[in-house]
Write a protein that binds this ligand. Structure first.
Ligand code: SOE
Length: 385
């Protein structure tokens, strides 16, 4: 049976889901925004048949078989539970919930509905070079992983006049930069290496303890305030971090270090990692996704370009264009949905899927909580998965 999708969320990322689904030939039945008029406006703009008046209306639409949640984090728990009860497959944006109390409930709910696919939108796994890095680590080509370093930096919250629902702990969760983008990096590193973080030592920093909230309750992610204070803005105390330094100890003894920032001028959406192994090192940057750097000790360093003919079988299966035809951010959504919709088409989740499951989403929140606890206590903290 063909699938019909309902997408919740009409900000920056909901339309990215819609575009990717269409490119795969998956039918999108309609969207839901934060009000009926926003749903209608988004449906019209995206050329979709329906703007839903409410979530209940979307769930009671028997033609909708899959729900994509691109709504603010605080809605995930209720929306995922209701969608599963209504018999829908669920693809939820990251982070999966506000805290592990919520993600534990969601993992249990997914178990109660074993025939429904439950996935998290960790799209970065599906850059072909991240799949390639995974193949190279898993095949032993890199050798034993020794240490990992990296960062995820952005600048869209640089000014105290930049505002978004995410800056408020009540709406996005107590950890903001780490929850929003740090978890992408942590998920990716775990996915590539198979290593699990055992303990963390973190230092969180709120550069702007007060931000100017504009009159409308929220501004779209990545919208620009141009550094000017808006006349009607209200000063609001900020209880989430703009920046984080995190030291990592993995279960096998390997070490790592991660820097996260949403206040670094010029870094638009800059994720990068370097995985140092006993034979080779691998490095990749999200803003140059076509290049995988391979470091050698006794041979020249190399740059592998994303040509499917040069990639592992798994990585090549998630690239759509031959040779040097570049693939980027929107393509990761398409490739991710290719993997998820194969399972939905088969009528059940596969055993060890390449996409992130609710268990992975729960682990990301457990890491967030350890990072927060470590920063508060100023000491190494074990992750309680
Ligand atoms: C905002 O920081 C954001 O949109 C994240 O929420 C996304 O996950 C990332 O892909 C781009 O930045």
């Amino acid at each position: 049976m063909g699938q019909k999708v309902g997408v919740v969320g009409t900000g920056f990322i909901g339309p990215v889901h819609v575009e990717a689904l269409r490119r795969l030939g998956v039918e999108v039945g309609g969207v839901l925004g934060s009000s009926p008029s926003k749903s209608d406006a988004a449906a019209q703009k995206l050329g979709l048949p329906k703007g839903y008046a409410s979530y209940a209306e979307m769930l009671s639409d028997t033609e909708i078989t899959v729900v994509h949640l691109a709504s603010p984090n605080r809605f995930h728990l209720g929306q995922v539970l209701a969608a599963l009860e209504a018999g829908k497959h669920v693809i939820c944006e990251k982070p999966l919930g506000m805290n592990t109390q919520e993600t534990r409930q969601l993992v249990a709910a997914a178990k109660r509905h074993p025939k429904q696919v439950t996935a998290i939108n960790y799209n970065l796994r599906f850059y072909p070079h991240n799949l390639q890095a995974r193949s190279m680590v898993r095949s032993g080509a890199v050798g034993e992983v020794l240490h990992i370093r990296g960062s995820y930096m952005q600048d869209w919250l640089l000014y105290p006049t930049d505002f978004n629902w995410r800056v408020l702990a009540s709406q996005g969760g107590e950890l903001r930069a780490v929850g929003d983008i740090g978890t992408h990096w942590l998920d990716l590193i775990t996915f590539i290496t198979g290593l699990e973080v055992e303990s963390v030592m973190a230092d969180l920093y709120t550069v702007h303890p007060v931000r100017q909230q504009p009159p409308q309750s929220s501004l779209e992610t990545f919208s620009r305030q141009k550094g000017r204070k808006k006349p009607a803005a209200t000063p609001v105390k900020i209880d989430t971090e703009d920046y984080a330094s995190v030291l990592l100890r993995f279960k096998g003894g390997q070490r790592g270090v991660l820097t996260v920032s949403q206040v670094t001028a010029g870094r638009k959406n800059a994720i990068e990692y370097e995985i140092a192994g006993s034979k080779q090192a691998l490095a990749w940057q999200g803003e140059r996704p076509e290049e995988l750097w391979i470091g050698g000790r006794n041979e020249a360093n190399r740059i592998l370009l994303r040509d499917p003919g040069l990639l592992s079988e798994v990585a090549a299966a998630y690239t759509s264009y031959p040779g040097g035809h570049a693939e980027g951010f929107p393509d990761t959504f398409k490739q991710l949905y290719k993997a998820i919709y194969a399972d939905i088409g088969a009528g059940r989740p596969s055993k060890n899927p390449l996409y992130a499951t609710f268990v992975d989403g729960h682990k990301a929140l457990a890491l967030c909580e350890a990072i927060l606890a470590s920063s508060k206590a100023g000491k190494w903290t074990k992750v309680k998965y």
